[in-house]
Design a protein around this ligand. Structure first.
Ligand SMILES: NC(=O)c1ccc[n+]([C@@H]2O[C@H](COP(=O)([O-])OP(=O)(O)OC[C@H]3O[C@@H](n4cnc5c(N)ncnc54)[C@H](O)[C@@H]3O)[C@@H](O)[C@H]2O)c1
Ligand SMILES: O=c1ccn([C@@H]2O[C@H](COP(=O)(O)OP(=O)(O)O[C@H]3OC[C@@H](O)[C@H](O)[C@H]3O)[C@@H](O)[C@H]2O)c(=O)[nH]1
Length: 346
């Protein structure tokens, strides 16, 4: 009979994890850690690749179907002996040998996740099942990038991890919100039932270089519009709030969570909260004071307020964000100007 261990976060005992792959305690001349990043060709994933590749003991494998990601984001690593890129859709099983899995694969921008909602659910549910099956087979630790959207249109503010959320189960955002909620459930069921080592990050709005220019998310929209000299499209009423985390802070938080001893869920985000009108005013002032701000129609079920309580991340991971919005926006502007081919006027 297997000895039962406590998972630290719950009173109920869990089964001990399966035996990790021998690769985790690897041999001479081999990397110590083989790390799979699903969705590694996307925005956050490619920055995570950059950070993990800095450690010479890591071998990084990216599996991505390029729906919203691109090989371009990884071009500096293609051909590197410690890097491998696989065109793969996570809704299909993947048979490889790895020690850690960062499971990011899923379109994140509302216009992309609503484009094919059934596929978004398949990605979240079947994709997460497949990655948990892989983790179980090889004894890998798996981290899921969940989202602040599991809190829906929150009635508690700021949101801490004990809040169960206020999600519309039949709305146009549900494919993503409910998909991620099921993905979290699957993670905990595999943990309790099979002893899989899990980590769950609830990511709040993240921004930075490499976001798709036509991504549709608010920071990338405003920066591209400001650079092109177009009006900044604030969706009504403009008083809705978000809290924006710079991508290097996010990557640091994800790695700490993976390497630490806590399953989560843990909020990772920047508690600096802004209305969309305030964001537009900041972008206008920093990037192009000549542009106008235009109020446009919003989409259904847009959350009215969002701000992470990061007490848990501070206490359990020793993590808090370092980059303020007004410092992060110019870093992103530089990358967008290069890609749009528009130089700054002096
Ligand atoms: N950026 C944010 O503000 C934010 C906030 C909360 C949660 N997240 C989560 O973080 C993760 C990464 O987000 P991002 O902002 O980098 O988004 P992104 O769209 O830039 O990256 C997602 C990546 O997943 C890939 N992908 C999508 N479906 C796939 C599938 N079926 N099989 C294989 N690959 C697939 C895409 O091609 C892309 O490379 C997502 O899981 C997202 O839900 C992001
Ligand atoms: O051009 C725009 C785009 C968006 N917005 C507003 O900006 C706010 C943020 O919208 P975004 O599309 O950037 O992102 P959302 O916060 O709605 O969703 C995001 O939340 C967390 C992640 O899981 C995902 O990356 C994404 O779903 C919304 O209130 C939206 O109405 C604008 O005012 N103008």
């Amino acid at each position: 009979m297997a000895k039962e261990v406590s998972n630290g976060n719950h009173n109920s005992p869990v089964r001990p994890p399966p035996t990790p792959s021998p690769l985790r305690f690897s041999k001479f001349f081999q990397s110590n850690m083989r790390i799979l990043i699903t969705g590694g060709a996307g925005f956050i994933g490619s920055h995570l690749v950059d950070k993990l590749m800095e450690n010479e003991k890591n071998e990084v494998i990216v599996a991505d179907n390029y729906f919203t990601g691109s090989k371009d984001n990884l071009k500096k690593w293609i051909g590197h002996p410690r890097f491998e890129l696989i065109r793969h859709d996570v809704t299909e099983p993947l048979l490889i040998e790895v020690d850690q899995i960062y499971h990011l694969a899923c379109p994140a921008s509302p216009i992309f996740y609503k484009y094919n909602p059934v596929k978004t659910i398949k990605t979240n549910v079947i994709g997460t099942l497949n990655m948990l099956g892989l983790a179980k087979r090889v004894g890998a630790r798996i981290l899921l990038t969940s989202t602040s959207e599991v809190y829906g249109d929150p009635l508690v503010h700021p949101q801490d991890e004990s809040y169960w959320g206020n999600v519309n189960p039949i709305g146009v955002r549900s494919c993503y919100d409910e998909g991620k909620r099921v993905a979290e459930t699957l993670m905990f069921d595999y943990h309790r039932q099979h002893g899989i080592e899990i980590r769950i990050a609830r990511i709040f709005n993240t921004y930075g270089p490499r976001m798709n220019i036509d991504d549709g998310r608010v920071v990338s929209n405003f920066i591209a519009q400001a650079i092109r000299g177009e009006s900044l499209t604030v969706q009504a009423p403009g008083t809705q709030t978000r809290s924006f985390c710079y991508v290097s802070d996010m990557v640091d938080g994800l790695i700490r969570l993976m390497q630490g001893e806590n399953t989560g869920p843990i909020n990772i985000g920047n508690p600096g909260e802004f209305t969309m009108l305030e964001l537009a005013e900041n972008v206008k002032e920093l990037i192009n004071p000549e542009v106008e701000i235009a109020m446009v129609e919003n989409t259904p079920d847009d959350p009215r307020q969002r701000k992470p309580d990061i007490t848990k991340a501070k206490e359990l991971l020793g993590w808090e964000p370092k980059i303020k919005l007004r410092d992060g926006l110019p870093l992103m502007e530089e990358d967008f100007r290069l890609r749009l081919g528009v130089a700054r006027k002096n």
